[in-house]
Design a protein around this ligand. Sequence first.
Ligand code: PLP
Length: 456
Amino acid sequence: HSPVPVPDPAAGEAVKSADRAHVFHSWSAQGLIDPLPVAGGQGAYFWDYDGNRYLDFSSQLVNTNIGHQHPKVVAAIQEQAGRMCTMAPGFAIDVRSEAARLVAERTPGDLDKIFFTNGGAEAVENAVRMARLHTGRHKVMSAYRSYHGATAAAINLTGDPRRWASDTGTAGAVHFWGPHLYRSHFHAETEEQECERALAHLEETLAFEGPGTVAAIILETVVGTAGVLVPPPGYLAGVREICDRYGVVFILDEVMAGFGRTGEWFALDHYGVVPDLLTFAKGVNSGYVPLGGVAISAEIAADFDERPYPGGLTYSGHPLACASAVATIEAMAEEGIVEHAARIGETVLGPGLREIAERHPSVGEVRGMGVFWALELVRDKETREPLVPYNASGAANAPMAEFAAACKRGGLWPMTNMNRVHAVPACTVTEAEAKEGLAVLDEALAVADAHTTAGA
Ligand code: PLP
């Protein structure tokens, strides 16, 4: 259990003023942010310099699947640093081979070759490059309401308004609507209808783009950042069939959903679907050292038996990152962490969030599985009008900002995005911790209720 933080406000102020002077933060208006100085973390918690401890229901961008400072992983990084800090990607080294073997053992089908990257976006860049080289085609199709990363190809494939600001206009990114019954693009009333119509829409879009021009379809197995959208049964299998019919490479992006988040090693394990390429990052080593990768099918890997694969960076397959992946995967297996995440989802988070939703007029829908949940907050349950307008900022976003502040006062660090709160603690979160988080959410939702038509 986490140690009680020792307050040291002066140290916190020093960290903050150096940060304000010299750190240029990602995805932020530099003059409008007020980053919390963080002193440390342990397990499901982290704490600041003023003695406040927060239950981490964000997992640091849905990343620390085994919690903060897992001792086996910390020890593995230290041990590797003592032995060999770096070695270029062209050499065969023990931790890289072992990390690749442990990942390949868990991926389905013949996804047995692992290309290591430094994170998720770079994995997406390389999966797209492999698909283009494999097919000789250029376009790549992806869903609105998705996030695939912030580099050139990845940001253009991302179906999220955050894409607009940094859209570099990469040619060949084509968007389509995926299934999302609560806000159905297809006016569907049941999951079956939504699934059927979403598949028909995808196939029609593909036909009009010209299947001979489309290299790949990329999807998040369970959409994360854009709302924890769990696909209806049959959707992913249907996409697999469409890809097979038109010779299109199927890429599943498991950067957020992979490594235990949904209560399986990979989210695709819930659906029995095997893609041609699978991207991963985050949970592979809980983000202790930057690492991601692409798991590659035998057929696509064989393209590069005789010709070089044109990709890779200085740090690809970094020894410290691979050592932390080996230790993370071993710890997850030994400690039954994936099964634990499934159980917490089924017995605590799922039932608890559904019960909360019934009590609060501001909760429109609860979605998720494992330790991967979102509450969609609304102004009106009947009309489903979002609690804040789409892509709101400043005063327009006040109801969400007030709600997040109430969570923090209660000792919970939430992850909010547009009109949603995502409940995404570590896979290792205990039953008591999960219940503690639910209690804070329950109380803080009163703040959101006040902004509903019922509460106004
Ligand atoms: N793909 C998905 C599904 C993600 O959720 C993310 C990040 O949240 C990325 C790709 C990009 O990963 P990274 O930020 O490590 O580049």
